[in-house]
Design a protein around this ligand. Structure first.
Ligand code: BT5
Length: 324
């Protein structure tokens, strides 16, 4: 559970670049100066660099490079999709934790982060590298209010929201490699995994898993040349908590459009499409389709121009570029 007084203190300190007198902080948080001083001491022990000026009061100098639920909760106050935030130091897969809580009836708006995953996965059970304290590995529990036939929309929505948040935080352009990757400089920096869960008694729920490479300097040899991080792309380390909050705010802000203006989300994805204009091979189960990627359709499917001039739309699949 998050600690409300820590959330309040961190929210106040983050929201104000100057010092805040202890008495004022206590008033704001309906507490006493003594309790505030005790809680500030605990925050310092947890790694927060908080200046304590005898006349002017407290000022946040730096936060530790850790994901801290109380702090994230303060940054995400009022964001419906981040109603409840849990942070684990280590877990198998955050998608599994969110799924288990979904099956137990947890409402939409649960977000689970892990500093590292021992069994982080991509689609088709592929391994997802989740270096400790270097990235954002997290899952959201969603109960979309529309038919599960349209849940493929969730991938497009998530990709656009994450791309926009990253662009806002890094001033770098991103490309969306349909359906579920975000690239910078031709390399993968984000992977998205949507898993739907259904049982007879419920309408079902979806778990949106997001992996963002943030501060890695290098990758295992099998990913060299294919994966990148925001640090490699920008030359600077990023504040992972600030980025996480920016992504969750964007996801929340665009969520309504999923039901009532999906064309807007598709247009945002289409203009960032990594594949448009490229020859690709798409494999979905037994089906193999080759063609030139042209655009996204109204449902977020990928429209291809085949060699014989016909159009084909694929709604899911594994895409590789081919040289012709
Ligand atoms: C994905 O699958 O890209 C979805 C990844 C989703 C990861 C998140 S982390 C939080 C949540 N919990 C989980 O257990 N998963 C989600 P896919 O399109 O199948 O891509 C997987 C492929 O990406 C692998 O086979 C590798 O080639 C490559 N890969 C693995 N780790 C990577 C990394 N950190 N960065 C870039 N590429 C990676």
């Amino acid at each position: 559970m998050t600690n409300a007084i820590h959330t309040g203190i961190l929210r106040a300190l983050r929201g104000f670049a100057q010092h805040i007198p202890c008495v004022e902080l206590a008033e704001q948080l309906h507490s006493t100066p003594q309790i505030i001083a005790e809680q500030i001491a605990l925050l310092k022990a947890a790694g927060y660099d908080i200046e304590d000026h005898p006349h002017f009061g407290y000022r946040l100098v730096a936060a530790p490079d850790r994901l801290i639920a109380d702090d994230l909760a303060g940054m995400l106050e009022g964001v419906n999709l981040a109603r409840k935030i849990l942070v684990y130091e280590k877990t198998g897969s955050t998608n599994d934790l969110a799924s288990a809580m979904g099956r137990d009836g947890e409402a939409q708006g649960l977000v689970i982060f892990a500093e590292t995953q021992t069994a982080g996965r991509g689609r088709l059970g592929r391994r997802w590298e989740s270096d400790a304290h270097k990235g954002l590995w997290f899952s959201l529990l969603l109960r979309p209010g529309f038919s599960s036939a349209s849940w493929t929309r969730l991938t497009t929505w998530a990709a656009v929201a994450i791309a926009e948040a990253i662009e806002g935080e890094t001033a770098r352009k991103t490309a969306i490699k349909w359906p579920n990757d975000i690239y910078i400089d031709g390399k993968k920096v984000v992977g998205i995994l949507i898993e739907g869960h259904f049982d007879k008694s419920q309408e079902g729920f979806a778990v949106l898993g997001i992996g963002v490479n943030v501060n890695q300097d290098h990758f295992p040899s099998d990913l060299e040349g294919k994966a990148s991080s925001l640090k490699i792309a920008t030359g600077n380390s990023l504040d992972r908590q600030k980025l996480a909050a920016a992504i969750l705010r964007k996801l929340d802000a665009l969520y309504a459009q999923l039901g009532n203006d999906f064309a807007y989300i598709v247009a945002c994805a289409d203009k960032r499409s990594f594949l448009n204009g490229k020859w690709i091979q798409a494999i979905a189960g037994e089906d193999v389709t080759e063609g030139m990627a042209e655009r996204l359709d109204g449902q977020g499917g990928l429209v291809l121009r085949l060699v014989d001039g016909r159009e084909a739309t694929i709604s899911t699949g594994e895409v590789t570029l081919i040289i012709r």
